[in-house]
Design a protein around this ligand. Structure first.
Ligand code: ATP
Length: 967
C-alpha cells in the first residue's frame, strides 16, 4: 500500500515535472483542456519529446511517417522507423518545429489519412501509451479543421483531438500516459478515426506501466479529479452567470433583431406584393402592347392594301388622263382639218340645199304640170268599153246596136232605130277589139298619181255580163286593170325607190246586201264591219285586214284569195254574175327621201255589181233583196255623183256602204275613173242606154283640182316624234346636267379621295411613328423587365443572404441556449451539492458532467469564445441594417418564395425559443403561431434530425464513459 502511494506521488511529481517543462514553453499545463481524454490518468501536454520523459521504461517508440532516430543522449532512447501501421500516407516538412525539444525530426514527419497501428508482439499486461502530434499540414489554421478520435483496443481514448486548437501549427503536443491493457494475444491496436479531416500522428511510444494497487490509484485519482472538477464547477458557475447575463443581453438583442426581421419581412411582403403587382401590370402591359401591336399590324396591312389600291387607281387614272390628253391633243391637231372638212361639208350642204330647193321647185312644177294635164283631162274620167257579142247572142242573131265609127274621138253611137242613133261622148271608147293593155294604158297615169299622194278610184259600172269583172280582173292569161295597174304601181315604186320609200298594203272586201265583208279575213266568223271616220278626216274600216304587199306576186295572191272568198250567185241572165260589189283598196304610204314629205293615199279598184233592171230579171226572195240592195247602192252612187255634179253642199255618201267607203276617193279631193261597160246586143239596148246615160252624168261632174293627201298620221307621228325629240332633248339636257353634276360630284369625290389619301398617308406616317414609338417602348419595357428580373434575382440573393444570416443567428442562439440550459442545471446542482455533495458526487460528477461534456465537447471550447459571439450578433444586426439599406436603395420587391423561406427560417428560430424563453421574448405570439403553422414542418424535420444526431452521440459517449468508469 505504501509502495503504491509512493508510486502515485512519483507519478504526480512526474506530471509536475512535465508541467514545469511546459512552463518553459510559455504554456500552462493546467490550462490544457483534458476533457478530450477518456482514459483516467492520461493527460495532454504542450511540449515536445524530452529525454527526461523518454525514460528507460520505453518498449517501442515509432517515428510515424519517418525513419529511425538514433539518440546519442544518456537515455539511450531509440526511435524506430515507421512500422506496424495499416493505411495512411506519409507527410514530411522541413519547417522548424518550435519548442519541440531535442528530437525535432520526430515531428517533421507524420502519418496521416485513414490508418491504424497494430503491435502484435507485446506481452500480456498494462502499458502506458504516449502519442506525439504536430500540425505540420495545416499551418495557417483555422481551428477545428482537423479533429479526430483515438481508439486504443477499440475503446475511445481521446475524443475529438484538435492539435491546432491547442498549440497551433508546427508545435508539439503529446497525449501521454494512456493506460492500456494488452491481452494474452499480445496485440495492441491504436486506431485514428477522423471526425473532421484526416488524423495525423508523429510518434507512438509504448512504455511499461508500473503496477500499482488499483484502490489506491483510484482513490488518489478520484480525489484529485473531484477537487479539480469542483474547482472547475465553481469556475463554470461564475462563467454561467456571466453567460446568463450575456445570453439575456443576446436575447434582448435577438428580440430586437426579431423585430427588425419582422419589419424586414413586412417590407419584403410589401416589396413582394409590389413586385407581384408590377409583374401583373407588366403582363397586362405586355398583353396590351401585343394587342396594340397586332391591331396596328392589322391596320397597317389594311391601310397598305388600301393605299396600294389607291395607288393603282391613281396610276390607272393617270394613264387614262394621259390617253385623254393625247386624244385631246390629237383632236386639237385635227381642229384645222376639221374646220376644212366642216367648211367643205357646209358648202356641200349648201349646194345640197340649193339642189333640194331646185328639185322641190322642179317637182312642184312637174306635179303642177301633171295635174294641169290631168285636170285638163278631168279629174273624173269615164271610159266606155263594149264587149263583143257572145256566142249565144251571135247564134240568136241579135244585132249590134253600137256604132264605133267615131270611137276614136270618144264618141259612141247607139242605134236606137233604123234611122235614129243616139250619140254619147266619153273620155275614151273601147271597141270589142281593144284589148286589156289598151284599156289599162289610159288608167296608168291616174294610178301613178297615187304615188304622188292623190286618192284615186277606178270602178267598173254596167249591166250584168257586160265585162266589168273582165275589165277589172281579167283572166289569168289576160290580166285586167287590177293586176296591171298594181304592176305598174310597183314598177314606178321601184323606179322611184331612190327618192321615195313606199309601203303598200292591200285590203279586199265586198259589200253584199249593204254589209261589208272582209275577203282576206282568215276567220269566217261574221264580224260586222263599219266605216269610221278617223281624226284626220279620212275614212277607214276598223278591223279590216290590210295585207302588206311588196311585189305584184303577193298582190296576185291576195287578189286570188279575195276572189275565192267573194260571194258568187247565179241567175238566169248570167251564170257567173256577181251580186256584190267587189272592192280592192290599195293604201300607199310614201315618203320623199329628199324632203321627208310623207303621203298616204288610197287607190280603190271596184268591180260593181250589175246594174240591170229588176223588171227584167225574174228573181225573187233573197235574190230580189240582193238586186234591190245592189240597185240601191248604185242609185246612191248616182246620187252622190249628182250631188257632186250639182255642187250641192251635202253629198249623201252615207246612203250606202259603197259610197261611204268611197267617200275619200269620190269628190273634189280625188281622181275618179269609171269604166262603163256596155253590151253591143240589141236585146240589152235599153240597159246600155241607161248605163251610158249614167256615165254621161258622171262625166258631167266637174271635180275641183285634186288635193294631195298628206299623210296626217305621219304628220301626227312627226309631231309626236318632234315632241318626243323635244322630250328627249329635255331629258338629254337633264341627263347632261346630271352628268355635269355627277362629273362635278366625281371631281369632288376625287378631291375628297385625294384628301383622304393624303390623310391616310399622314395617318400611315403617324402610325409608323407610333409603331416606332411603341417599338421603343417595347424595348424599354423589355429592358425594364430585364432590370426587374435582375432586381428580383438580387432580391433573391438578398433573401438567401438573410436566410443564411437568420440561420447563423439561429445556430448561435442554439449554441447560447445549450450553455444556458447547462448553467441552469449546474446552478440547481450547486445548490443541492452544498447539502448533499458527498452522497451525490459520485453519480452526478460521473454522469452529468461527462454527459454535458461528451454531448458537445466543443460547447465548452466555444464558450471561451462567447464574448466574441456578442459581437457576432451585433455584426448580424449591422448586416440586417445593411440589407435594409440595400432594400431601401433598390426600392424593389423581393421574391415571394425567398420571403417565405426566410420567413420560415425566422419563424423556425422563433419556435426554437418559444417554449424556453418566453419570458424574455417580446414577439407577438399570434404571429409566431402563424409562422409556426405556416413553416413549422420543414424546420421541425431539421430540428428532429439534429436532436437525433445529438441523442445518438450522447448515447455513444454515455456508453464509452460507462465502460471507462466501470473499468
Ligand atoms: N271585151 C270582151 N272581150 C271578150 N269577151 C268579153 C269581153 N267582155 C266580156 N266578155 C265576156 O263576157 C262574159 C261576161 O263578162 P263578165 O262576167 O265580165 O260580165 P260582168 O259585167 O262582170 O257580169 P256580172 O255583173 O254578172 O259580174 C264573160 O264570159 C267574158 O269573158
Amino acid at each position: 500500500m505504501k509502495e503504491g502511494q509512493e508510486q502515485a506521488s512519483e507519478m504526480e511529481n512526474k506530471d509536475l515535472s512535465s508541467s514545469d517543462h511546459s512552463c518553459s514553453c510559455n504554456r500552462n499545463e493546467d490550462d490544457i483542456d483534458d476533457s478530450i481524454l477518456c482514459v483516467l490518468g492520461s493527460k495532454v501536454v504542450r511540449s515536445g519529446l524530452l529525454e527526461s520523459n523518454a525514460s528507460g521504461k520505453v518498449l517501442k517508440f515509432i517515428n510515424a511517417g519517418g525513419e529511425d532516430i538514433q539518440n546519442d543522449g544518456d537515455s539511450g532512447i531509440c526511435i524506430m522507423h515507421d512500422q506496424a501501421f495499416k493505411g495512411g500516407d506519409i507527410l514530411r516538412t522541413n519547417e522548424t518545429i518550435l519548442e519541440c525539444g531535442s528530437l525535432s525530426s520526430l515531428y517533421q514527419s507524420v502519418r496521416f489519412g485513414n490508418f491504424y497501428y497494430q503491435f502484435d508482439d507485446l506481452s500480456c499486461g498494462d502499458y502506458f501509451l504516449d502519442l506525439y502530434f504536430a500540425e505540420i499540414i495545416n499551418t495557417n489554421g483555422p481551428e477545428g479543421i482537423r479533429v479526430f478520435d483515438i481508439l486504443v483496443q477499440d475503446e475511445l481514448a481521446v475524443s475529438e483531438l484538435d492539435v491546432y486548437s491547442y498549440v497551433g501549427a508546427n508545435r508539439p503536443l503529446k497525449v501521454m500516459d494512456i493506460r492500456v491493457t494488452v491481452g494474452l494475444d499480445g496485440v495492441l491496436v491504436i486506431k485514428f478515426k477522423g471526425v473532421i479531416g484526416t488524423p495525423v500522428v508523429s510518434g507512438i511510444c509504448i512504455k511499461e506501466a508500473p503496477k500499482v494497487p488499483d484502490t489506491l490509484l483510484f482513490n488518489n485519482l478520484r480525489t484529485k479529479h473531484i477537487s479539480k472538477y469542483e474547482k472547475k464547477i465553481e469556475e463554470l458557475n461564475t462563467r454561467c452567470l456571466m453567460k446568463t447575463n450575456e445570453c439575456y443581453e443576446a436575447w434582448m438583442s435577438l428580440a430586437s433583431l426579431n423585430k427588425q426581421l419582422e419589419k424586414v419581412h413586412q417590407e419584403l411582403d410589401k416589396k413582394s406584393f409590389e413586385n407581384h403587382c408590377l409583374v401583373q401590370a407588366m403582363g397586362l402591359q405586355e398583353t396590351k402592347l401585343k394587342d396594340a401591336t397586332r391591331k396596328h399590324d392589322h391596320e397597317k396591312n389594311y391601310w397598305i392594301t388600301a393605299i396600294n389600291a389607291l395607288g393603282n387607281n391613281i396610276k390607272i387614272m393617270k394613264q387614262e388622263q394621259t390617253k385623254l390628253s393625247c386624244k385631246a391633243h390629237e383632236c386639237a391637231n385635227l381642229v384645222p382639218d376639221m374646220d376644212i372638212v366642216i367648211s367643205a361639208i357646209q358648202r356641200q350642204v349648201a349646194q345640197f340645199e340649193d339642189l333640194k330647193q331646185k328639185y322641190n321647185e322642179e317637182l312642184l312644177k312637174r306635179r303642177k304640170l301633171y295635174n294641169q294635164v290631168q285636170e285638163a283631162k278631168g279629174n273624173i274620167r269615164v271610159f266606155c268599153r263594149c264587149r263583143p257579142l257572145d256566142k249565144h247572142e251571135a247564134s240568136a242573131g241579135h244585132a249590134m246596136v253600137v256604132d264605133f265609127s267615131t270611137s276614136k274621138d270618144g264618141d259612141i253611137g247607139i242605134v236606137t232605130g233604123s234611122s235614129t242613133k243616139k250619140l254619147y261622148r266619153f273620155d275614151r271608147v273601147y271597141t270589142p277589139n281593144d284589148g286589156q293593155v289598151d284599156v289599162v294604158a289610159d288608167a296608168l297615169p291616174m294610178v301613178i298619181s297615187v304615188l304622188d299622194g292623190y286618192n284615186v278610184c277606178i270602178f267598173a259600172y254596167g249591166q250584168t255580163g257586160t265585162g266589168k269583172t273582165f275589165t277589172m280582173e281579167g283572166t289569168e292569161q289576160n290580166r285586167g286593170v287590177n293586176y296591171r295597174t298594181l304592176e305598174a304601181l310597183f314598177d314606178t315604186v321601184d323606179e322611184r325607190k331612190d327618192i321615195f320609200s313606199c309601203m303598200i298594203s292591200i285590203s279586199v272586201l265586198e259589200v253584199y246586201n249593204e254589209q261589208i265583208r272582209d275577203l282576206l279575213a282568215t276567220s269566217r266568223a261574221s264580224k260586222k264591219l263599219e266605216v269610221r271616220q278617223a281624226s284626220e278626216g279620212s275614212h277607214h274600216v276598223p278591223g279590216i285586214v290590210e295585207a302588206k304587199v311588196e311585189n305584184i306576186s303577193e298582190v296576185w295572191n291576195a287578189l286570188q284569195a279575195g276572189n275565192n272568198a267573194r260571194a258568187v250567185g247565179s241567175n238566169n241572165v248570167n251564170d257567173h254574175s256577181s251580186r256584190s260589189h267587189c272592192m280592192i283598196c290599195i293604201t300607199v304610204r310614201a315618203k320623199n327621201l329628199i324632203n321627208d314629205e310623207c303621203t298616204k293615199s288610197k287607190l280603190w279598184l271596184v268591180d260593181l255589181a250589175g246594174s240591170e233592171r229588176l223588171a227584167k230579171t225574174d228573181v225573187q226572195g233573197d235574190r230580189l233583196k240582193e238586186a234591190q240592195n245592189i240597185n240601191r247602192s248604185l242609185s246612191a252612187l248616182g246620187d252622190v255623183i249628182s250631188a257632186l255634179a250639182s255642187k250641192t253642199t251635202h253629198v249623201p255618201y252615207r246612203n250606202s256602204k259603197l259610197t261611204h267607203l268611197l267617200q275619200d276617193s269620190l269628190g273634189g279631193d280625188s281622181k275618179t275613173l269609171m269604166y262603163v261597160q256596155i253590151s253591143p246586143s240589141e236585146k240589152d239596148m235599153n240597159e246600155t242606154l241607161c248605163s251610158l246615160n249614167f256615165a254621161t252624168r258622171v262625166r258631167g261632174v266637174e271635180l275641183g283640182p285634186a288635193k294631195k293627201q298628206m299623210d296626217t298620221s305621219e304628220l301626227q307621228k312627226l309631231k309626236s316624234s318632234l315632241d318626243k325629240a323635244k322630250q328627249d332633248l329635255r331629258s338629254k339636257d337633264e341627263a347632261l346636267k346630271k352628268l355635269e353634276e355627277s362629273y362635278q360630284s366625281l371631281e369632288a369625290k376625287m378631291k375628297y379621295k385625294d384628301q383622304v389619301h393624303k390623310n391616310q398617308q399622314e395617318k400611315l406616317d403617324d402610325l409608323a411613328g407610333q409603331l416606332e414609338f411603341k417599338t421603343q417602348l417595347c424595348k424599354q419595357l423589355e429592358k425594364h423587365t430585364s432590370q426587374l428580373s435582375d432586381e428580383v434575382k438580387e432580391n433573391k440573393y438578398i433573401c438567401s443572404d438573410l436566410q443564411k444570416k437568420i440561420k447563423e443567428l439561429e445556430d448561435k442562439r442554439t449554441l447560447q441556449v445549450q450553455p444556458l440550459k447547462f448553467a441552469a442545471q449546474m446552478q440547481s446542482f450547486s445548490s443541492e451539492k452544498s447539502n448533499n455533495i458527498s452522497k451525490e458526487r459520485k453519480t452526478w460528477s460521473t454522469h452529468t458532467s461527462m454527459e454535458v461534456m461528451n454531448h458537445n465537447p466543443r460547447v465548452l471550447r466555444a464558450s471561451n469564445r462567447l464574448p466574441g459571439h456578442g459581437s457576432d450578433l451585433l455584426r448580424g444586426t449591422e448586416s440586417l441594417r445593411e440589407l435594409r439599406r440595400k432594400h431601401d436603395a433598390h426600392n424593389k420587391s423581393g421574391v415571394e418564395n425567398s420571403f417565405v423561406s426566410s420567413s420560415a427560417s425566422v419563424t423556425g428560430s422563433a419556435c426554437l425559443f418559444d417554449g424556453k424563453a418566453s419570458g424574455a421574448r417580446q414577439i407577438d405570439p399570434s404571429k409566431a403561431f402563424a409562422r409556426v403553422t405556416r413553416t413549422a414542418k420543414p424546420f421541425s424535420v431539421v430540428r428532429n434530425i439534429m436532436n437525433k444526431d445529438q441523442a445518438q452521440r450522447v448515447k455513444e459517449r454515455g456508453a464509452v464513459n460507462t465502460r471507462l468508469w466501470s473499468r
